[in-house]
Design a protein. Sequence first.
Length: 128
Amino acid sequence: MEELPNCWANNKRTTTMTLLRSQILERRYNTIFKFQANSFDAWTIASQRNDQFAVYGLAVRNLLGQITVVYVGKSKTLRDRLNYWFNNPPGPGIAYFYSEAYPTAADMDTVEERLIQQLQPIYNTLLK
């Protein structure tokens, strides 16, 4: 079997390292929210329940193709809050959102604070 030229071996190593780094970042990010990202559009927002405590994250896709959370919030009426942000976005390019329901307001407050500290979203200023 013929060996690869050294420049190809280095390129393969670089590609492998980039792929591994991307997988590690995705794994780290996916452990923060329990569910997959939802598309930030009117139809998806309309399908959300409106009668539960929820923590949500608004996200954009960055230049590397990774999804980055830019705002974390909480709401007692998720659909109404998402509609508000859909019509008045906190920043450009918001295309995804994450949401998780919680049984009590205290749980919701704790999780929101933890997510803001972990993710450090650029549009959150109060709890940084």
